[in-house]
Design a protein around this ligand. Structure first.
Ligand code: MN
Length: 203
């Protein structure tokens, strides 16, 4: 359960471990600077407010549109993003439970990845593409602007794709398609699969 004061989550990999798909320089800015700034902004906004004592996911759900929702959303989004990456070659397949949902919703894993990729390529400006589940367990792909999050639409995010330029510009400049292709090689599908049944208040 994560409540104020919020901190950068510890990662189970080193910042240089995701190269060459994602360089240490990118991680040092993206995790060490951008993410840290969202955490600092969130703590500043929550301090001495009614949001102290609320979990991050509840703040994301309940904050009115504006600075608090943006920063809380970005903290949650980046937590999802960085925790779902791994240099390991051992976590490259969804669980059988998630694979069944994928097949039901998209026909195949490859078809789903193609739809995710297209959504990320078509997203204009800064934002995120999510694979989420709805209340009845169906999967859906959602493109959201800025720091928005599926929790605000009663969906549970499973996979979060950062399409802000700060996620890839140092390594890929404007080549978003190349970034996506390499990012997909880093996904830890064990982590993503475990999000299908998240513990209450996990975030
Ligand atoms: Mn980012």
């Amino acid at each position: 359960m994560k409540i104020y004061p919020f901190h950068l989550p510890e990662l189970d990999y080193q910042l240089g471990d995701l190269a060459p798909m994602m360089s240490q320089e990118t991680l040092s800015y993206h995790y060490g600077k951008h993410f840290q700034t969202y955490v600092d902004n969130l703590n500043h906004l929550v301090h001495d407010s009614k949001y102290e004592g609320m979990t991050l996911s509840d703040i994301v759900r309940k904050a009115p549109a504006g600075a608090l929702a943006n920063n809380a959303g970005q903290v949650l989004n980046h937590q999802l993003f960085f925790e779902q990456l791994t240099p390991s070659q051992h976590a490259k397949q969804p669980s059988s439970e998630l694979m069944m949902l994928i097949t039901q919703s998209f026909g195949s894993f490859e078809a789903m990845m193609e739809q995710l990729s297209q959504a990320a390529l078509q997203l204009f400006g800064s934002g995120w593409v999510f694979l989420s589940t709805n209340a009845t367990g169906e999967l859906q792909i959602q493109s959201l602007p800025n720091g928005d999050n599926p929790l605000r639409y009663d969906l549970t995010p499973l996979l979060a794709i950062d399409v802000w330029e700060h996620a890839y510009y140092l390594d890929y400049q404007n080549r978003r398609k190349d970034y996506l292709k390499q990012l997909f090689l880093l996904i830890n599908w064990h982590v993503v699969s475990n999000r299908v049944t998240p513990d209450v208040g996990f975030w």
